[in-house]
Design a protein around this ligand. Structure first.
Ligand SMILES: *[C@@H]1O[C@H](CO)[C@@H](O)[C@H](O)[C@H]1NC(C)=O
Ligand SMILES: *[C@@H]1O[C@H](CO)[C@@H](O)[C@H](O)[C@H]1NC(C)=O
Length: 296
């Protein structure tokens, strides 16, 4: 028995670097009078038009924080079966909303890393002056005003070499081939990951987003996008920072106006659930003003 030669790529290892082409791009989105304070990169499935519509109307609004320039972009690949049909629909949607990026890789769970890298490539190429970049999944509740006003704070000097989220420490690859998060030894031979920010939502300063894209060109890719970004940060010598207590929730919490007002993210909220709680969350109401009106 001989180990497979290093040149044979395991099927779960996303092929990279490759000259993936942008099928949909928004190269001018960042050319406002001021660079965006925050670029929201939202991983999305090509078929999930309904989810994108809900996100645009709720947490993904570019007008969420008056006076603070925000840019929202959905990250998609090509549907493994209905690529052509969904491609036409996506192109239409992109024409209407100008917020869809798509590259010509197959859109599957194991290729999520390619999606994140497409987003970072967009920042590196078209928006390197962005102050901060937030990568989010679509199945989250997100409180952008709280993140912007209470944590990142536009009035302060922008942080550099900064990464923020729910930090996993001392974890390693899961080797059970039956689970969704399986990472084969051929893809990642080591037993542990460096500390990294959990995938549902994490923030990088703009310089880190650009540098991480550069670092990714040199590293073997991992099918876990968040752990892979952690590997990029380690190779750059950038430390990860824990969000304030209660801000980055990687498990679902029942909706509570006050608690959600002081959260950046709560995982496992499908867009249609977010639509349902949004009127209450945003209602003018003296108790627990939403969006970080709170000064505690
Ligand atoms: C990932 O995308 C590449 C490029 O499109 C494709 O060849 C590969 O089959 C995809 N991998 C998985 C596991 O879907
Ligand atoms: C304000 O919000 C609190 C917490 O969700 C709720 O209990 C209360 O009924 C609301 N008040 C009004 C006037 O809507």
């Amino acid at each position: 028995w001989l180990p497979a030669p290093a040149t044979t790529r395991h099927p779960l290892q996303p092929p990279y670097p490759r000259p993936y082409r942008f099928l949909l791009n928004e190269p001018h989105k960042c050319r406002g009078p001021r660079p965006p304070f925050l670029v929201l990169l939202v991983a999305s499935r090509p078929s999930d038009a309904e989810g994108r519509a809900a996100i645009r109307r709720t947490w993904g609004s570019e007008l969420a924080v008056p006076g603070v320039p925000l840019v929202r972009l959905f990250l998609t690949g090509v549907h493994p079966v209905f690529g052509a049909e969904l491609g036409r629909l996506l192109a239409e949607e992109s024409g209407a909303h100008r917020d869809v990026l798509q590259q010509d890789f197959v859109d599957t769970y194991h290729n999520l890393t390619l999606k994140t890298l497409m987003g970072l490539q967009w920042v590196a190429r078209h928006c390197p002056a962005a102050r901060y970049v937030l990568k989010a999944d679509s199945d989250v509740f997100l409180n952008v005003p709280f993140l912007v006003r209470r944590i990142l704070r536009p009035g302060r000097p922008p942080r550099r070499r900064f990464a923020l989220g729910h930090v996993y420490r001392g974890t390693g690859p899961l080797r059970n081939p039956r689970i969704k998060w399986f990472v084969p030894r051929q893809v990642y031979p080591h037993r542990s990951y460096p500390p990294y920010c959990a995938g549902p939502a994490y923030v990088l300063s703009g310089d880190v987003a650009v540098a991480a894209f550069g670092a990714a060109q040199e590293l073997p890719l991992l099918n876990m996008e968040d752990a892979f970004v952690g590997l990029c940060l380690r190779s750059l010598g950038v430390a990860v920072t824990d969000g304030p207590p209660g801000a980055f929730n990687v498990v679902r919490l029942p909706y509570e106006r006050c608690r959600f007002g002081r959260a950046v993210v709560v995982h496992r909220y499908e867009p249609r659930e977010v639509l349902r709680i949004w009127p209450d969350f945003t209602a003018e109401n003296g108790t627990c003003p939403p969006w970080g009106g709170w000064d505690g």
